[in-house]
Design a protein around this ligand. Structure first.
Ligand code: 7PM
Length: 277
């Protein structure tokens, strides 16, 4: 029915699922401590799994505006050992936040279950690499590139542009041999959008849902939450949960977050209320 298979595990996408964010960029680790980056990543992973995460999203490229681009070799060195170590120790779905074809190929070989690409497989060779893996893919909308995306943001209609872009990427995936049943869509909150654009996208999640694909929402602790509430990044949990709940009500079922347990609990209530059992 609404099951999707992510490598060695299947999930019922009629219910909510939380994707825990695991950053393996160097600035996300404290150096000089007794923990290695890998130990730190595994400790965080174990906690997120115990808290109820269905996916661990491993990302080795900082998409922060102005961040310096990472080389393919560097991204491979950051991501692949973590994918391998998680799959060796835990029964979970590893999602890989990458736009790099060789990272997709090698991650799949090491047991990753989902390719999560903020560039929607636009990089040279990415469509072919993703198709080769046979894995599901999350296609995200971004206007521009991470270095310039927030520079001057204007849309005639943000809903129309994001929808048209995602449908064009769906078509490109199908042409490359990726079945539409393998695709998840994401409006790309904060990626080349002003606050009103982000609010419009969130208020119209139901329209994306009508396209017939599972939806993933990634807004955890993002600038838009800070812009609305006037709070720093470490005080954005309640706002994040409210915004995620608003999209759950409109059919989103996959939530990419830093704070797993609060979302697992919130979403369980939303699901039970919807089911009345
Ligand atoms: C710096 C800037 C660091 C932006 C991290 C980010 C999404 C994603 C990211 C999303 C999907 C963040 C982002 N965001 N993948 N990867 N959807 N599918 O704030 O919204 O986590 S990275």
């Amino acid at each position: 029915m609404s099951f999707m298979t992510f490598g060695d595990k299947s999930l019922d996408l009629s219910r909510p699922h939380v994707m825990g964010i695991l950053n393996v960029t160097p600035d996300s680790f404290s150096d000089g401590g007794s923990y290695s980056s890998l130990d730190d990543a595994l400790t965080q992973t174990e906690k997120m799994i115990l808290d109820g995460a269905s996916f661990i999203d491993v990302g080795g490229e900082s998409t922060r505006p102005g961040a310096k681009p990472v080389t393919i070799e560097e991204e491979m060195n950051r991501v692949l050992p973590v994918v391998e170590a998680i799959k060796a120790r835990f029964d979970t779905i590893v999602s890989v936040d990458t736009s790099t074809p060789s990272v997709m190929t090698e991650s799949a070989r090491l047991g990753a279950g989902l390719l999560n690409d903020v560039r929607a497989l636009e990089r040279e060779g990415a469509l072919q690499a993703a198709a080769q893996t046979g894995l599901p893919v999350c296609l995200m909308h971004m206007r521009g590139s991470p270095s310039t995306m927030q520079d001057d943001v204007s849309y005639d209609s943000v809903m129309e542009e994001v929808t048209a872009y995602l449908m064009a990427r769906v078509a490109a995936c199908e042409a490359a041999g990726i079945d539409r049943s393998q695709l998840i869509l994401d409006p790309g909150i904060g990626f080349g959008k002003s606050l009103p654009h982000n609010l419009t996208l969130l208020n119209h999640t139901a329209e994306f849902k009508r396209k017939g694909f599972p939806l993933l929402i990634g807004l955890s602790r993002k600038t838009m939450i800070g812009d609305v509430l006037g709070v720093p990044v470490d005080e954005r949990l309640y706002g994040t949960m409210g915004a995620n709940a608003a999209t759950y009500s409109q059919g989103a079922r996959l939530f990419r977050v830093h704070d797993v347990k609060p979302h697992v609990d919130m979403l369980e209530l939303m699901y039970r209320i919807e089911r009345e059992v």
